[in-house]
Ligand binder design. Structure first.
Ligand SMILES: [Zn+2]
Length: 336
């Protein structure tokens, strides 16, 4: 778990697992209790069992590991909020003089298991607890940050996160993902329900989409929707399986793409919500690409040059006409 200070990385250790109340703000008591019980049985027998068809595995430490993953994100929310309030107090004390004020550090939880497929009532798609959903509810209830923007750039649709917040107008969920990939949800027409209508934005990108496509999506959908929403904090479900080298899907991001996204989301958090920004790891299954891409996200957030001069021309051509149609559709549906 990392706390990204200006030009330095600070590792936070010694954080607590998420409290049960924070987890049950998102998941049913029955699911959490069953998971604890199955984990205890697996620990006794030394067994690994499959709890869901993705397949999602459960071992003797799964309940503890999942609570620690959610706890890492919560600890970063606490630290980022404290740092932003300290800076606001310093700015007020210097009576509006902005000289010398520094940007609020961002947080990045390098946590496993991931969370964005996990449902209120069960595990799904390698995910046990919805880390980003738990952190969003925690930010609202513990810190009074009512309006939460969740941006999910994993190659798969964050169906679990969408399920949790689809009727909540105070959580804007924006997901960019590969169209028709697992789990099959995330159509543009899924916009939220009831009071939450319009607070779910899905951008299903065609296979082969890469650097140009996601930056166009950022420019014409993500950024204007975020500005209109005016969040109090931004949480990023940062999956890295849209990388061209990833074995699970068919998009063509590269490590420089994540550098560009990191820089953009940091600038947006500074502009809209006092720099309150927490990333957390979702998918990413090519370990070299994962490491390079996470590192480049940090460099983007820090305002440093990308470390990898990967030549995008080596990749296949992006289906930019199809991408444009998808983006026009999202603009039309959401009035952007
Ligand atoms: Zn994924």
């Amino acid at each position: 778990m990392l706390f990204i200070e200006w030009l330095q990385l600070v590792e936070l250790t010694g954080f607590a697992p998420a409290e049960r109340a924070a987890i049950t703000a998102v998941h049913s008591d029955k699911y959490v209790a069953t998971l604890e019980k199955l984990s205890a049985i697996s620990a006794d027998c030394g067994e690994t069992r499959i709890v869901e068809s993705a397949p999602t595995y459960l071992t003797g430490t799964t309940s503890r590991d999942a609570s620690r993953a959610a706890g890492a994100v919560i600890a970063l929310v606490d630290n980022v909020v404290a740092a932003s309030r300290q800076r606001e107090a310093e700015a007020a004390a210097s009576s509006g003089s902005s000289s010398g004020s520094s940007s609020t550090p961002a947080g990045f939880a390098i946590c496993r298991p991931p969370g964005h497929h996990s449902l209120p009532s069960g595990a799904m798609g390698f995910c046990i607890f919805g880390n980003v959903s738990i952190a969003a509810r925690y930010a609202q209830r513990q810190h009074g940050l009512q309006r939460v923007l969740i941006f999910d750039w994993d190659v798969h649709h964050g169906n679990g996160t969408q399920d949790v917040f689809e009727s909540d107008p105070d959580v804007l969920f924006i997901s960019t993902h590969q169209a028709n990939a697992y789990p099959g949800t995330g159509k543009a027409a899924e916009v939220g329900v009831g009071d939450g209508e319009g607070a779910t934005i899905n951008v299903p990108l065609p296979g082969g989409s890469g650097h140009e496509a996601i930056l166009a999506a950022w420019e014409v959908v993500v950024e204007p929707a975020a500005r209109r929403f005016k969040p109090d904090i931004i949480l990023v479900s940062a999956g890295y399986d849209a990388h061209w080298a990833d074995p699970l899907a068919g998009l063509q991001f590269c490590s420089a793409t994540y550098h560009a996204l990191g820089a953009r989301v940091k600038a947006l958090a500074d502009e809209l919500c006092g720099g309150r920004l927490v990333f957390l790891l979702e998918g990413g299954y090519d370990l070299d690409a994962l490491g390079q891409s996470v590192a480049n996200t940090f460099l983007g957030v820090l305002g440093e040059a990308p470390s990898d001069a990967f030549d995008r021309k080596l990749l296949g051509e992006e289906p930019l006409e199809k991408v444009q149609q998808v983006l026009l559709e999202a603009q039309r549906i959401h009035g952007l």
